[in-house]
Write a protein that binds this ligand. Sequence first.
Ligand SMILES: CC(C)(COP(=O)(O)OP(=O)(O)OC[C@H]1O[C@@H](n2cnc3c(N)ncnc32)[C@H](O)[C@@H]1OP(=O)(O)O)[C@@H](O)C(=O)NCCC(=O)NCCS
Length: 174
Amino acid sequence: MSNHFICANLKRRRKISKSKLPIESYFLRKMKEDDLPSVMEIENLSYPNPWHLSSFKGEIENRPISNPYVIVFKPLEKVIGYVIYWHIRNEAQISNIAINPDYRGMGVGERVLRWVMQDIQRKGVEFVFLEVRPSNLCARHLYDKLGFTMLGLRKGYYRNPSEDAIIMGLSLSQ
Ligand SMILES: CC(C)(COP(=O)(O)OP(=O)(O)OC[C@H]1O[C@@H](n2cnc3c(N)ncnc32)[C@H](O)[C@@H]1OP(=O)(O)O)[C@@H](O)C(=O)NCCC(=O)NCCS
């Protein structure tokens, strides 16, 4: 059975590594309705149970709690990914992050999450949470690298396919 989240190059990547996308070639800006066709394309390529368009519209409308950003690749003026976090008082939750498959493994996801964490730290956030499928090994490697640790499991949280969610957290206070 195929597993949507097994990183295509998980085994090979120790031998072949893509070069990093230069930091100055992309930036984050707030997501707008015009971005949604590109966002939906990436979402559908990224998840077996993608969010609906209405969910992204809701995120755009739910400011200031929701903070939806797109990642724009400057040379092509193209949306190559997005990240959404919720900010409530001194806590934040990364609710979605996805990178266009053509731009994965080039350091974008890691760089963007580091930017987000600096941003939320400046806003007074002390603790950041997220949920991840146990089978999503790429994302789990990334979160481990950033220092997130497992806090617990939400049983049967995900559908299609059914899977628990690993709850991960990271303290940002010194
Ligand atoms: C998870 C995701 C956002 C990572 O983005 P990315 O830009 O490809 O990641 P980066 O190139 O910045 O890699 C950073 C780290 O992630 C991990 N990682 C990324 N790709 C990996 C792979 N193919 N195999 C193993 N680890 C991987 C590694 O720890 C890597 O650090 P390293 O290069 O020093 O080993 C991307 O794979 C994605 O969009 N996946 C689909 C959506 C998704 O699963 N989102 C998370 C939901 S919880």
